[in-house]
Ligand binder design. Structure first.
Ligand SMILES: C[S@@+](CC[C@H](N)C(=O)[O-])C[C@H]1O[C@@H](n2cnc3c(N)ncnc32)[C@H](O)[C@@H]1O
Length: 263
């Protein structure tokens, strides 16, 4: 009799165990698993111009197709996929083996919100808007200026993308992480000294100039990654340079030093 009961109960217990473990994973997932069509993956990596110097991170990597394609088809130096679901990690690792890229592709079973992806030069995501918005400050704070961020389907709120496309009818957005330039800068050129005060919202910058003790207009101010450009009313030509922390190295012999972060 107890045996008969056990025979009856065993499948039920097994089903409950499987269902509850699936539920545990479902509860931990911030985003359900839906793969990006290969054509869209190809376009995402093309938009980011992934190449031999790149370290690609795919947050929520699913079956690993983005990380694997980055190495196999675009020649990325290294790629990492991060997924919280062990089933996906196993699948992705097997796919990397089949593709022959295990030396350059690593899949990490962990929560993307607890992952340090600061060494990425390209970040890819197919997540959800609220997840993207939680990641936005981390992206802006920890990624190097010039890092490309590509997202399938979901944007980053009021941070306008630098480029967008619609391969296969899907929205793909790309942002370039901007250097932090807000503040007051003393500029020294071959023939002049002046200061600029810059306001910044993501990659959009604007500001004022003080030249010979008088204010002058700052025109055409542009920031793309670490590259900055502007012109100053009353001075010839454009100032083009690269921002590196508290310094700017200008083309043609000018340079800048930040003297205050807040204006
Ligand atoms: C929409 S799929 C995208 C898969 C892949 N990136 C692609 O584009 O084909 C989202 C993935 O995120 C994973 N995921 C959900 N929440 C996560 C979390 N907190 N940390 C890491 N991965 C997560 C899911 O397991 C799923 O594989």
């Amino acid at each position: 009799m107890p045996n008969a009961k056990l025979r009856f109960l065993a499948p039920l217990i097994a089903a409950v165990l499987v269902a509850s473990s699936l539920l545990v994973y479902a509860q931990r997932l911030d985003v359900p698993y839906v793969p990006t069509p290969q054509q869209v993956v190809d376009r995402m990596l093309e938009m980011a111009n992934v190449g031999k110097d790149d370290i690609v991170f795919d947050l929520g990597s699913g079956d690993g197709r983005i990380a694997i394609t980055a190495v196999k088809n675009r020649g990325a130096k290294q790629a990492f996929g991060v997924d919280i679901n062990p089933v996906r990690i196993k699948e992705a690792t097997e796919n990397a083996k089949i593709a022959g890229v295990t030396d350059k592709v690593t899949f990490l079973e962990q929560d993307l919100f607890k992952t340090d992806f600061s060494k990425a030069t390209v970040l890819t995501m197919y997540l959800l808007t609220d997840v993207n918005l939680r990641l936005r400050p981390v992206i802006l704070e920890t990624l190097k200026p010039g890092t490309r961020v590509v997202s399938h389907a979901f944007n980053l709120g009021d941070w306008e993308p630098d480029y967008s496309d619609k391969p296969d009818g899907r929205d793909v957005y790309m942002w370039i992480v901007p250097a932090k330039v807000e503040g007051r800068w003393d500029i020294t050129g071959p023939n002049q000294k002046f200061s600029i005060s810059l306001k910044q919202e993501y990659s959009t910058i604007s500001g004022t100039t003080t030249l010979d003790g008088k204010s002058a207009k700052l025109n055409g101010a542009m920031l793309r990654g670490e590259n900055i450009q502007f012109s100053v009313e009353g001075l010839p030509g454009k100032f083009t340079g690269k921002v590196d922390g508290e310094k700017i190295t200008g083309e043609g012999g000018w340079s800048g030093v930040r003297t205050a972060r807040n204006i």
